[in-house]
Design a binder for this molecule. Structure first.
Ligand SMILES: [Zn+2]
Ligand SMILES: [Zn+2]
Ligand SMILES: [Zn+2]
Length: 343
């Protein structure tokens, strides 16, 4: 049995890690060929078989490193390796085969799929331009573009998926409720603002927070908000240096203007108003909100964050939920919203 031939100056073989190892897939061959991202400039038509005998040492190295030499490729420096674990083909330099642990592109892809599944997502493909991003299908059915690291945070239940298209749909509903149409993002680039059109035709830049509470006045016709509503709201709160990522479900008789201040949060905290449901009466809002908390405590106790976790950071004693409970809580809000419509 041949011993591992370690050359004196050869880089030490690294453990096969799939983190951040991007591969392109060449499909013009009979079998899918994974090509390291650094060779992406090589046209697919170059990845053809290269004539000539495969040196015996290449077979030895391949066997020791978990591969089988499938063929020589492209030029005298390249080789197609077949992974003994998954059967996938990956192009590598013969130099890599000799001096390092070649990695299997198919295993890396499978690993991305596994990570996505753990996060409740379906891995579709890598972003062809920004190699650290992938395209995933979210539970809502939309395609989201995310970094691998973000997917791992979702899988670890540290955050939620945050689908932009669902957000836009919610913004459209919020605007329609007030007699406005959401047109676009803010041309000035402020992430808190959107461009809306009033039912009178006037187009205006409005803070999304104000639109969601219905606190908006049309500069053309003077059409103003109805101040009689009460609200159920959902906030996403992040205090990065404490590793705190939670949701707050609450009820208020007035638009919650300065939630950062009212919650006693540090300046570094990020607070995002995810959703607002205006309710006809304060009694109604309070009753529905209480029922939602009761449902969560009774049936989803694991989503309730124990007060010890946020004591001293947040000025509240309850109503704080795990970030991963996002879909669950949004589902409860959907029910409340559906119920209040006349039958
Ligand atoms: Zn493999
Ligand atoms: Zn979505
Ligand atoms: Zn108007």
């Amino acid at each position: 049995m041949p011993k591992t031939k370690t050359q004196p100056h050869a880089p030490r073989p690294t453990r096969p890690s799939v983190r951040g190892v991007p591969y392109e897939v060449v499909t013009s061959r009979q079998r899918r060929l994974h090509v390291p991202h650094r060779s992406r400039h090589v046209p697919a038509s170059d990845w053809v078989d290269f004539p000539g005998r495969v040196p015996a040492t290449w077979h030895d190295f391949a066997r020791e490193k978990g591969f089988r030499v499938h063929a020589r490729l492209r030029d005298r420096f390249h080789v197609a390796l077949e992974c003994t674990a998954c059967g996938g083909l990956t192009a590598h330099k013969a130099y890599t085969l000799r001096t390092a642990q070649p990695r299997c592109g198919a295993c890396a892809e499978a690993d991305l799929s596994d990570a996505a599944r753990a996060a409740g997502l379906i891995f579709l493909r890598r972003d062809t331009v920004h190699r650290h991003y992938g395209l995933y299908r979210a539970g809502c059915g939309h395609v989201v573009r995310r970094q691998r690291e973000f997917v791992e945070r979702v899988a670890a239940k540290r955050t939620d998926v945050r689908c932009e298209r669902c957000l836009r749909a919610r913004e459209q509903v919020e605007a329609a409720r007030q007699g406005w149409t959401r047109l676009s993002r803010d041309p000035k680039g402020n992430p808190g603002y959107r461009v809306y059109q009033h039912s009178c035709g006037h187009v205006q830049r409005v803070a999304r927070v104000n639109m969601s509470w219905g606190q908006v006045k049309c500069a053309a016709c003077g059409g103003a908000w109805n101040a009689r509503n009460s609200f159920i709201y959902l906030l996403r709160i992040e205090v990065p240096q404490m590793g705190l990522h939670v949701l707050k479900l609450g009820f208020s008789k007035t638009p919650v203007k300065r939630h950062r201040h009212q919650l006693g949060l540090p300046r570094s905290a990020r607070v995002e108003l995810v959703r607002v449901l205006p309710m006809a009466t304060g009694h109604d809002a309070c009753a529905q909100e209480s029922a939602a908390h009761a449902t969560l405590r009774r049936h989803h106790l694991d989503v309730v964050v124990p007060p010890e976790v946020y004591a001293g950071v947040l000025n509240v004693k309850s109503e704080i939920y795990e970030a991963w409970g996002f879909d669950l809580i949004m589902g409860l809000l959907d029910q409340i919203e559906a119920d209040k419509r006349p039958a």
